[in-house]
Design a protein around this ligand. Structure first.
Ligand code: FE
Length: 165
């Protein structure tokens, strides 16, 4: 019987990330729209994947959108739903969003704040009621938004680099 192979870690392995997901410093939340914020956790410029917390501090429609890739999420606080589906995602709930689906994210009237972890690959394509494209986000536009916000609030544009791979 031959000797088992010795497995060694390559020096090229990227840096790991370990961070408290909900930040103590509110400046870490990047404003995205009125009452809508995101907190970057991992922005992968090679695969176009990003992980973030989405925080919404108002009720009503957040966005109507389509994403070409898979999205999975975990609800940390509050609740929300898609107008196109019967179910509501509650605190502690897991969601899988299939590529290509178009849905309208809504926070119900009795929820003043929701926080959800999302792992997104590809893009968020924002559309209006008729399906016309009204916005677009991907890992690189997210990175840009973070840089601009962190520069403005005094954390420094390079604050986001700890979440970039
Ligand atoms: Fe979605």
């Amino acid at each position: 019987m031959s000797e088992p192979a010795i497995i060694k870690e390559s020096p090229d392995v990227p840096l790991e990330i370990s961070v408290g997901a909900i930040p103590e410093d509110d400046r870490v939340w990047v404003p995205q729209a009125p009452g809508v914020f995101f907190r970057p956790l991992l922005i992968n410029t090679i695969t176009g994947q990003w992980c973030n917390l989405l925080k919404v501090t108002r009720s009503g429609i957040v966005s109507r959108h389509r994403h070409p890739g898979i999205v999975v999420g975990y609800v940390i606080k509050g609740q929300w739903k898609y107008d196109e589906h019967e179910w509501t995602a509650h605190q502690g709930g897991f969601v899988y969003e299939p590529p290509g689906e178009i849905h309208t994210l809504r926070v119900p009237d009795d929820c003043s704040e929701m926080v959800t972890f999302f792992n997104i690959t590809g893009a968020m394509i924002y559309v209006d009621e008729e399906g016309r494209q009204i916005g677009y986000e991907d890992a690189l536009t997210k990175l840009d938004m973070c840089r601009e916000h962190y520069a403005n609030v005094g954390l420094g544009a390079d604050y986001v680099d700890q979440f970039r791979r």
